[in-house]
Design a protein around this ligand. Structure first.
Ligand SMILES: Cc1cc2nc3c(=O)[nH]c(=O)nc-3n(C[C@H](O)[C@H](O)[C@H](O)COP(=O)(O)OP(=O)(O)OC[C@H]3O[C@@H](n4cnc5c(N)ncnc54)[C@H](O)[C@@H]3O)c2cc1C
Length: 397
């Protein structure tokens, strides 16, 4: 890795332009609606359409499909800016663009790309990514949804839970088991319109801890017939398809967490400059300074890990361990920062006059989805240890 030229510290002019656009739209379009959407559990399509109209949704998608053809670093900057304001909107983008559109671009037929990608960039079509099941979360290979070949078609039966955008989606990526004996090597991926007969979505009614401006669904497939042309990759490639999407998706989660973390720090600096107790600014108390300095240091580390992983991917390197490292560290550091920020604001941090309590609730979701923190630890440790070669330890060597 040492030969890779990581220009992590300087953003290119193009990267700065895209960051500034995301910052401007975040302030103008996303922020005014964020509190209400969270409080009233509103999936605000109008906000998302405005991001689409400003070309901010098709980041990594090729220009011929109306995307911006951005690299992972530039895309991470968009996620960070939106994550600073609203994780529901940043999460929508991570699913729409990072999981569904990117996966279609990489794995689907030209016909499917033509059908969906430009519409998705404009948010004229919404996508969802149907992987998780009641009894198959971290353990994807345990999925019970079945795909049975029937002539030129497949018949899919099963159910999924926690599917972001599930009730509002026009297109779904569906992962189903074609050969249970093969475990993860039997999983097969399909891309299909949600208008397909046998596809049914149902809102998850219990209020979520966070991401309350997002849509979450249970999805049912009841004798759903899809043509073989809906398949993405070969039969049995589904696990590979799912994981290739998650490699980019997790980077988006890491960058979103950096945004949450940065927002917490900015709020704390502003507050401790203004709030006076014991005859001086709160910020002039040494214990408060420790909180600010620690929050700043972990934010810098999280951002560097995220940019390192993005830079490696942009340079064409496999960066699964680096992406997992960034996701693990950035989400856990942001969760600590959100907790510290609430305490530092005292009673003011405890209601929704400030967005801190929303950050505090939202950030937990980032620690869970697209592979929980423990799953990132497993990925990192497996890479460090390598496969068991049956070596026996020889003492003293
Ligand atoms: C807001 C939100 C949005 C989501 N959106 C989507 C979506 O769009 N599409 C989709 O498919 N899914 C989605 N999910 C589901 C999400 O990906 C899963 O919740 C996640 O993968 C964890 O699976 P699980 O909930 O079944 O937990 P489990 O897998 O049951 O894990 C429970 C706990 O056990 C730990 N654990 C599990 N296995 C191990 C192990 N081997 N070693 C150590 N610890 C372990 C986990 O870290 C976790 O803490 C979403 C979830 C949330 C909260």
């Amino acid at each position: 890795m040492s030969e890779v030229n990581l220009t992590m510290f300087d953003l290119s002019d193009a990267e700065k332009r895209v960051r500034d656009l995301a910052r401007e739209l975040g302030e103008k379009v996303v922020r005014p609606e964020a509190r209400k959407n969270d409080a009233e559990r509103i999936f605000n399509r109008d906000v998302l359409r405005q991001l689409g109209a400003a070309s901010l949704v098709g980041g990594p998608i090729k220009k011929c499909y109306e995307g911006l053809e951005l690299g992972q670093r530039a895309q991470a900057l968009i996620y960070e800016e939106l994550g600073k304001i609203d994780s529901s909107v940043r999460g929508f983008l991570a699913v729409q663009t990072g999981l569904v559109a990117s996966c279609i671009q990489e794995w689907a037929s030209e016909e499917i790309k033509q059908r969906w990608l430009a519409d998705m960039c404009r948010v004229d079509a919404i996508g969802c990514y149907c992987l998780t099941e009641e009894h198959a979360g971290s353990d994807v290979a345990a999925m019970a949804t079945r795909a049975r070949k029937d002539g030129d078609n497949w018949v899919i039966n099963g159910k999924k839970i926690w599917i972001t955008n599930g009730n509002v989606a026009d297109v779904a990526l569906v992962f189903a088991q074609a050969d249970p004996e093969l475990k993860h090597k039997g999983i097969t991926a399909f891309c299909l319109p949600t208008s397909t007969v046998g596809f049914r979505a149902e809102k998850m009614e219990s209020p979520e801890l966070g991401h309350r401006g997002a849509d979450h669904a249970r999805i049912y497939f009841e004798d759903m017939v899809v043509p073989d042309s809906a398949r993405m990759g070969e039969v049995g490639d589904g696990f590979k398809v799912a994981m290739s999407a998650l490699d980019c998706g997790r980077l988006g989660v890491a960058a979103g967490a950096v945004g949450v973390h940065a927002a917490c720090l900015e709020a704390c600096i502003d507050f401790t400059r203004r709030r006076r107790q014991f005859g001086k600014r709160l910020g002039d108390q040494q214990m408060i300074q420790k909180t600010l300095a620690d929050m700043h240091t972990s934010l810098e580390a999280a951002r560097l890990l995220t940019m390192k992983a993005a830079s490696l991917k942009d340079a064409g390197h496999q960066a699964t361990k680096e992406v997992s490292t960034a996701k693990l560290y950035a989400t856990e550091a942001a969760a600590e920062a959100a907790h510290a920020a609430i305490l530092l604001h005292g009673g003011r941090g405890y209601n929704n006059d400030y967005p801190l309590e929303r950050y505090y609730r939202d950030i937990v979701g980032l620690e869970i989805y697209e592979g929980s923190s423990n799953i990132q630890r497993l990925i990192i440790a497996r890479d460090l240890l390598g496969r068991d070669q049956g070596q026996v330890l020889e003492e003293g060597k």
